[in-house]
Design a protein around this ligand. Structure first.
Ligand SMILES: C[S@@+](CC[C@H](N)C(=O)[O-])C[C@H]1O[C@@H](n2cnc3c(N)ncnc32)[C@H](O)[C@@H]1O
Length: 213
């Protein structure tokens, strides 16, 4: 009996925090705090389209490719991305919070990946090289960025012609962005939509930079 009351209280507390955070996020773009990184360290067993393995598989990676993990957080995708492009490939893991990058670095070291570069910067600030990446991933990051147009436009510039950007959103994220919002934004910067996986509450969309032939 006592246990079930504690469980119920914990559930209510969790729901209140989630709802408050969702509303607060609408007023202000708060990045996922470093102390809460454990929430995004592991794959969510309930959402297939948000799992690192699933996202990586959709990207048809090949040895030697150059990949951008934009808003890499604690590196949930960084390691599988690095492993899937081989030693001749390269991954750039970019995040605005040094604490997230430090955790991602630790993980790549443990996994023995030597093909990852870490960049401490905000997406949209103009730090990325032009026409450099074969693929870019933006996994549950978009809603945390104040100037989303600038961020997506920077990604368009950073990809090679024919390069693919995967944007991943899941309803459990307080910063969730709808499919329509994401698609309208990406198309307005010049991307073409190439593929969609999942459903309206949890999805991966591939956008291609035109000019790949
Ligand atoms: C919810 S976490 C997702 C982490 C990772 N992509 C994943 O799926 O496990 C969002 C991350 O985006 C980062 N972020 C927020 N705004 C950013 C920006 N303008 N530029 C780069 N990273 C940003 C945050 O610091 C945080 O690490």
């Amino acid at each position: 009996m006592t246990l079930s009351i504690i469980f119920l209280l914990a559930l209510v507390a969790f729901a209140l925090v989630a709802i408050t955070w969702r509303f607060a996020s609408r007023r202000q773009n708060l990045p996922c705090p470093v102390w809460l990184r454990w929430l995004v360290e592991l794959d969510n067993p309930f959402t297939r389209t948000n799992r690192a393995g699933f996202i990586v598989e959709t990207l048809a990676l090949a040895d030697g490719m150059t990949i951008l993990d934009a808003g890499c957080g604690p590196g949930r995708l960084t390691v599988p991305l690095a492993q899937n492009v081989g030693p001749a490939g390269r991954v750039v893991a970019l995040d605005i919070q040094p604490g997230m990058l430090a955790r991602a670095r630790e993980k790549t070291e443990v996994a023995g990946c030597t093909n990852v570069d870490f960049v401490s910067a905000g997406l949209g600030d103009g730090t990325l090289p032009t026409s450099h990446f074969d693929r870019a991933v933006l996994v549950t990051v978009l809603g945390e960025i104040p100037d989303r147009y600038k961020a997506i436009a920077e990604l368009l510039g950073a990809l090679k012609p024919g390069g693919v950007l995967a944007i991943v959103e899941v309803i459990f994220d307080p910063h969730f962005q709808s499919r329509k919002t994401v698609t309208d934004l990406a198309l307005s910067t010049g991307f073409h939509e190439r593929a969609f996986f999942g459903h309206s509450l949890a999805y991966v969309i591939h956008f291609e930079k035109p000019g790949g032939g």
